[in-house]
Write a protein that binds this ligand. Structure first.
Ligand SMILES: Cc1ncc(COP(=O)(O)O)c(C=O)c1O
Length: 346
């Protein structure tokens, strides 16, 4: 492999002088200062000042918890913003391409369209694993990003370590491993391999296990060099003050997060068991996430019947390899009971 970050960055980004905000130019050292630099309203209400553009407090805690350095982290307004920033930093519109592995998270395709970047789709194998030889064939000199969602949405499974390693070793572009569901997984995060692969980017989120979908906090983890490039193009105050505060409190309360994850995992096992007793459920796919994909006799019919009983699930029947599948998010014990009873009544 001959990965060279310089070959991956868009020309306009290489030459860009980023906007320098007031809070970039003067970083408070804690001493009492009079702030007349950012045209803020001086009357205190908790959010009258601009937030820290580099979210230093939150990053320090995340870095410690994840065993990485702050320089390896960029935070975004949800991981959706992080993913968009990757397109904008590395993909030349109408020239470069990315590779995605359907059935997978739908935003990669939407972001390719928005950014005018070709999306080369290489279907997963029948057991929902990356088709490494076909992926290698799809790669050319304009392929900048390869999106690997593991555990994968909507299938729920993790991808084989060997396949991912082979792709990391052979691809000269950036391998983006989307770990939105990693906290529910029996597999380890790829963050521990950060120093082994200069082309590795990991995205994580507080929207799933951390129970903070409403505050929008996404995490990008990569080499300091990659993070510096993405930092150049991010909006200065992309993570607002309230989000930084809420996220800090939650991340520090890691024990509560772990307890909730354990409860969700216990509920997942119960739900899997219950699904096996439903007459029209034909197959339950193995999952490492907080949802279960199941094949039923007629997904659209069953989806509508559940809706009529007040339960909303996700119909994935239009996704490749997912004909007649429904995706069930694991809810609370009460919610799962409602679902199970509705399924049995149908
Ligand atoms: C695989 C995957 N990545 C990213 C996201 C988006 O995460 P966020 O809420 O951080 O934007 C989702 C949300 O469903 C997802 O399933």
């Amino acid at each position: 492999m001959s990965f060279n970050l310089d070959n991956i960055i868009r020309e306009n980004v290489k030459g860009l002088s980023p906007y320098s905000s007031a809070r970039d130019e003067y970083v408070s050292d804690g001493s009492t200062m009079v702030f007349l630099d950012a045209n803020e309203n001086p009357f205190e209400n908790g959010v009258n000042r601009y937030p820290d553009p580099q979210q230093r407090g939150l990053k320090a805690i995340l870095a410690e918890q994840k065993g990485i350095k702050e320089e390896n982290i960029l935070l975004g307004n949800g991981s959706d913003e992080v993913l968009d920033l990757l397109f904008r930093a590395f993909c030349e519109p109408k020239q470069d391409n990315v590779i995605t592995l359907p059935p997978t998270y739908g935003m990669y395709k939407v972001l390719s369209s928005i950014n005018l970047v070709e999306n080369r789709e290489v279907l997963l194998t029948d057991d929902f694993q990356p088709n490494v030889s076909e992926i290698k064939k799809a790669i050319d000199e304009h392929t900048k990003l390869l999106f690997i969602c593991s555990p994968n949405n909507p299938t729920g499974n993790s991808f084989s370590t060997n396949s991912i390693e082979e792709l990391l070793n052979s691809f000269n572009g950036l391998v983006v491993i989307d770990e939105a569901y990693i906290d529910f997984s029996s597999e380890e995060s790829w963050t521990s391999k950060l120093n082994d692969y200069p082309n590795l980017i990991i995205t994580q989120t507080l929207s799933k296990a951390y129970g903070m979908a409403g505050i929008r906090l996404g995490i990008c983890i990569a080499s300091a060099e990659i993070i510096a490039v993405v930092n150049k193009i991010k909006p200065p105050y992309n993570v607002n003050q309230l989000t930084q505060e809420k996220a800090t409190t939650r991340v520090l309360d890691i024990n509560s997060v772990k307890n909730e994850v354990n409860e969700i995992l216990a509920e997942r096992a119960k739900l899997e068991e219950a699904l096996t007793t439903v007459s029209f459920v034909e197959k339950i796919y193995p999952t490492n996430a907080n949802f279960i994909l199941a094949k039923v006799d007629d997904a659209t019919l069953r989806y509508n019947q559940l809706l009529a009983k007040g339960v909303v699930v996700r119909n994935r029947t239009t996704q490749p390899l997912c004909e007649n599948t429904l995706r069930f998010t694991v809810g609370s014990a009460v919610e799962n009971k409602t679902l199970t009873e509705a399924l049995k009544m149908i």
